[in-house]
Design a protein around this ligand. Sequence first.
Ligand SMILES: [Zn+2]
Ligand SMILES: [Zn+2]
Length: 387
Amino acid sequence: MLSKARLLQKQMSEWRREIHSHPELSFAEFRTAETITSIMKKMGYRVRTGVGKTGVVAELGEGKPVVAIRADMDALPIKEANKVPYKSKNKGVMHACGHDVHVAIALGTAKLLKDEQFTGTIRFLFQPAEEAEDEEGFSGAQRMIQDGAIQDVDYALALHTNASLPTGQIEIATDFASAGADTFYAKIIGKGGHGSTPHKVVDPIFISGHIILALHGIVSRRLRPFDSAVISIGSIHGGQVDNVIPEFVDLSGTIRFLNPEVQEHIHTEIQNIMEITKAMGGDYELILQKGYPPMHNNEEIVALLNDVAGNIVGKQNVSVPDVEMGAEDFGYFLEKSKGAMFMLGCEIEGDTRRHHDPKFDVDENCMPIGAAIFAQAALRMLNHKEA
Ligand SMILES: [Zn+2]
Ligand SMILES: [Zn+2]
């Protein structure tokens, strides 16, 4: 399969560069969706567009099992700093997370699979908006699920490029592949006045100091030692000038967790901590907003992927990554069907790039490897229902 995929390297490169030079933001992937639609139709896939706003679903085959391969399509509000021929033509927008590569790999996989014999259905999910949610708080995966994209799906696969993992190496998490991510917004309300008379007002900046310390104490003092979580305050705003005590302070932050019980526990603790404001004469408003769920790779699918990837790149090049608390909305698909995501090494040798950085880029030699693993894994699932 890898040698077949290598024959598509040039083609995948062209697709990737075409998409890379025309990046589009979350839920605005119109041109990208059109490009994908015309390529998939030419290959003979049945295509449904406008799924989850700008998403594209493309199918081949009939009946069960249904195997889904997901590729996210959106870019980021970043100005590209690379001087490459395929540099972004959309000012201030850039494929800095590798989603252009994910699309090209999925297209390559579609091309490999269309010439294979299998029973069941292969369904490609070209997903909008992995990086951002819409005004109602839904991400691309959620919108696609609402539009029936995951209906009847038995197994779902996805990959993410990893620009600091050498090309030819694969990482497959055995259990948690990414964390759940919630957001909190807190307004600490005091009573403003002159900086010289703090005893006559309620100082929300002073109260914020206590809140900040208490929030940082949740993970170390209130959770069990083996519960994994992160709480980071990412913004704090209050006051304008040196001698005025302001009316309020705004705080916001991110909560990362692996288990729903820990999530609930943290929400309760934050709620309790905000009561400090009242003890100190102030008040508060708090919004706890649920975000992406933790992503849970399925054991059977992990075993299958380990086997397939081992055959393609060699067992010594397949490893288990350290659990990190990043978040991915593929977790929504894995709440509905068995599946897994793996990390595809795409490091430029001697010139490591970072995701979400203006100089992000990949070693395109990773693409045939990703396509070969997808295609081989999908065929195993399509031919053996029990996977
Ligand atoms: Zn990203
Ligand atoms: Zn990404």
